[in-house]
Design a protein around this ligand. Structure first.
Ligand code: AMP
Ligand code: MN
Ligand code: MN
Ligand code: MN
Length: 281
């Protein structure tokens, strides 16, 4: 069974409508598929209808932006926690997500000011054009604008030169706390999953401390096979699952044609000895 539990649509920073992402997933051979837009569930109804029409099992999901501090002396990091099999109509979850979305506009204005100083004009309006969901203006939309105006040749370069920590278009931002995100996901009947754990700027001990807190708050799964991991990281995070007793997830983190390293459904399968997060579904 081909299971892909991480993808994005135009409801956040993907390039395709939810139904079109479903078609790409089906074309990639996916049998069980989740849409997991950033801080947003408005694409799930369309995704479910399309997925089921195509003969896939649909899992409603969301990818929540979390701010976590490794220790009082250290700087915050942003960590993504995917909620799988959530009830998208849960009111506490919906209100929580709305709250974190509401900070994005002001953040985008600060990013645009910084970019202006760095010589990039009109970035707020420019990025906004790409954000089909006006509540979800993301760095990805700025990256597309930076490519459009020729400041960089790819969105990848836009992140490297402008949109990551220490670069001129990066601003600090406070997302949900880890306990909040966990409460929203668990309260909506979902399973919290640490997204692409190999991508954070944390040392192995710091990341292990994060896993410990996540587990204490009711977290039981992490992504092992993701488009963000190298094959060494597949092995490392499989081992993390064995040590912590986590279930394992698999998801491409597909954002659309030309913007993703892997197509939906194309990652290697999970190591056979791990318990898949979808085991009981
Ligand atoms: P935001 O939630 O606005 O901070 O945007 C985060 C999104 O930016 C991620 O979900 C990715 O889609 C994208 N992103 C982050 N870092 C990179 C990178 N280095 N290269 C390409 N895309 C990135
Ligand atoms: Mn994204
Ligand atoms: Mn992510
Ligand atoms: Mn993602």
């Amino acid at each position: 069974m081909n299971v892909d539990l991480h993808s994005h649509s135009l409801a956040s920073d993907g390039l395709l409508k939810p139904a079109a992402v479903a078609m790409r997933a089906r074309a990639g051979g996916v049998d069980v598929w989740a849409l997991t837009d950033h801080d947003e569930t408005s694409g799930l109804a369309e995704a479910k209808e399309a997925a089921e029409a195509l003969g896939m099992r649909f899992i409603p999901g969301v990818e929540i932006s979390v701010t976590w501090r490794p220790s009082p002396a250290q700087k915050d990091v942003t960590i993504h926690v995917v909620g799988l099999n959530i009830d998208p109509h849960n009111e506490v979850l919906a209100a929580g997500l709305k709250g974190i979305r509401s900070g994005r506009d002001e953040r985008a204005r600060r990013m645009a000011l910084d970019l202006e100083i760095a010589g990039v004009r009109g970035a707020f309006e420019g990025a906004k054009k790409y954000a089909i969901n006006p509540e979800l203006l993301s760095r990805t939309h700025f990256a597309r604008y930076l490519v459009e105006v020729g400041m960089v040749s790819s969105t990848h370069q836009a992140f490297n030169r402008y949109l990551t920590e220490g670069k001129p278009g990066y601003v600090e931002h406070e997302w949900a706390s880890l306990p909040q995100a966990m409460e929203w996901i668990l309260g909506a009947g979902g399973v919290p999953v640490v997204a692409h754990p190999g991508r954070y700027k944390l040392s192995t001990p710091q990341l292990n401390r994060f896993f410990g807190e996540f587990q204490q708050l009711g977290g039981g799964a992490i992504e092992v096979m993701t488009g963000s991991h190298t094959s060494e990281q597949y092995n490392h995070f499989a081992e993390v699952c064995r040590c912590f007793g986590f279930r394992a997830s698999r998801g491409s983190d597909y954002h659309g044609p030309g913007e993703s390293r892997v197509e939906p459904g194309s990652l290697p399968p999970l190591p056979r000895d791990l318990t898949p997060v979808w085991q009981d579904w």
